[in-house]
Design a protein around this ligand. Structure first.
Ligand SMILES: [Zn+2]
Length: 482
């Protein structure tokens, strides 16, 4: 029996998301990843004496949008506080954050587990704060360097209730959270650039108990895999402690992905006392309910709702609906094509096979391909109307991407892919076959109806594969039975 079966885990996550603003939270410096160290700084974000912060209105707007997307309440006013601690990457000696009046609170956020089970997590709060700088430790020297480019980048910290009960559930929640924030246009949540980081709180208790255990917090997990790894490591470590008669101590842990183990970063005794107090250099901010209502009305359809619509209203299978919704661009592309085809399944099929293949081959995102939604719709419609076969449609997809000046129909003509569907040419072939295979026709007419397939095969052969099988079959039937 594994630790997961003997113990029930209780998990709460704190996620830091960098908001997609052009400039920093309290100054005009550009908020951008990857610039040479200390080139995106000014007296405010390096906290020179006498400087004052000014709130970035766009950060406030994105914070409200995020809160709405997470089902939170947005109070009509909010304020900032100083969170005091010393660290070399924090030039002020405090971080401007929000303490007792967060911008967003009491959200209800739904997601589904990998197996499709619905779950709901309470969002206790989501508040605005500024990011710190970064410390760089060059190898082989006895000093460290500080890069303040990131200092003052707008963050939203999203705190969930202790509502998650396994590493898999935590992952599913994080994935839904990430794509929701991306859909809402709030943040790109690029984990490799530190745009989405997670602290994980976890405790365990016997499966038949309802008394919460002591929790630990594992800091700074910057990939989904690390979150799952750290949670699993903590479940096993805490279980081993309790099963050997020990007690779990409230500690802050660090996770080492190389060993798959957690270790103590600091104990409760040296936990920070942040001495929060209201930020005297910023006023209280009014958050007009009418403005909030306007932002709420402007929120796009969020991924979970879109996925349900694709599965229920459009009848797509779960896997296709999942794939289409995973990235907003792909879903938007699908919608634009569907508008012109009105054929959900066919459109999804062509998009998820041929278009993703082209995007892969060309190493281009789907919206940068020559094949626009309008062109994909031409192809889908041409195949659906029987103008070309599915096999021919695949050849056509590649040709359309390579020759954006030519329509699907023009290319089908010039590549000799047009299916014989209409009477003229096809009728001629059918009549020829009936004439040349008179003995088969006779046996068919005397009751051996299974021979229709043999005759259809002959028609396909005579047309060199270009006959539309459905049309040919109907024409054969009509001619034979007349
Ligand atoms: Zn600055």
């Amino acid at each position: 029996m594994t630790a997961d079966m003997r113990w029930r885990s209780v998990i709460g996550l704190e996620v830091h998301v960098q908001l997609s603003t052009a400039s920093k939270m309290f100054c005009r410096c550009e908020a951008r990843f990857g610039a040479p160290p200390n080139t995106l700084i000014c007296p405010v974000c390096t906290s020179q004496p006498g400087t004052l912060p000014t709130l970035n209105g766009e950060a406030l707007r994105l914070g409200v949008l995020a809160g709405l997307a997470l089902g939170c309440t947005i109070d009509p006013s909010t304020k900032f506080d100083r969170k005091n601690y010393f660290y070399p990457d924090l030039p002020k000696g405090y971080q401007i954050s929000q303490f007792d009046r967060p911008l967003c609170r009491d959200g209800h956020f739904k997601f589904s587990t990998e197996e499709g089970e619905p779950r709901e997590v309470n969002i206790v709060r989501a508040h605005l704060e500024e990011d710190s700088g970064k410390i760089i430790h060059p190898e082989g020297v006895n000093f460290s360097l500080v890069d303040l480019n990131r200092a003052g980048t707008p963050l939203l910290e999203i705190v969930s209730g202790p509502d998650l009960h396994s590493p898999d559930e935590a992952m599913a929640y994080l994935q839904e959270l990430r794509r929701t924030l991306r859909y809402a246009g709030v943040a790109d949540c690029d984990m490799e650039k530190g745009g989405f980081r997670c602290d994980a709180n976890i405790s365990i208790m016997p499966v038949d108990s309802d008394t919460l255990g002591t929790r630990t917090e594992t800091k700074n997990l910057n990939s989904f895999r690390f979150v799952a790894g750290a949670l699993q490591a903590e479940i096993e470590r805490q279980a081993a402690v309790l099963e050997s008669g020990g007690t779990v101590i409230q500690e802050t842990m660090a996770y080492d992905p190389d060993t798959g183990k957690t270790s103590v970063l600091r104990s409760k005794e040296d936990a920070h006392d942040y001495r929060y107090f209201p930020e005297p250099d910023l006023p209280e901010f009014r958050v007009d309910p009418a403005w909030v209502a306007e932002l709420s009305a402007g929120l796009p359809e969020l991924p979970r709702a879109r996925q349900t619509r694709y599965a229920v209203d459009l009848g797509l299978n779960k896997r296709d609906a999942d794939t289409l919704v995973a990235e907003k661009e792909l879903g938007d592309y699908f919608e634009a094509t569907l508008e012109l085809t009105k054929k959900p399944k066919e459109t999804a099929n062509w998009l998820l096979t041929e278009l993703l293949r082209l995007s892969n081959d060309r190493k281009l995102p789907i919206h940068e391909l020559n094949t626009t939604p309008a062109r994909l719709a031409e192809l889908v419609n041409l195949v659906a109307s029987g103008g070309v076969s599915i096999q021919a449609g695949r050849l056509l997809a590649t040709a359309m991407e390579e020759q954006p000046g030519q329509s699907a129909e023009q290319l089908a003509q010039s590549m000799d892919l047009v299916q014989l569907s209409d009477d003229g040419a096809l009728r001629q072939i059918v009549e020829q076959v009936i004439e040349s295979e008179s003995s088969v026709v006779e046996r068919y007419r005397s009751g051996n109806v299974g021979l229709l397939n043999a005759l259809l095969g002959s028609v396909m052969k005579a047309s060199r594969g270009k006959a539309n099988p459905k049309a040919a079959r109907q024409l054969l039937l009509d001619t034979l039975d007349s």
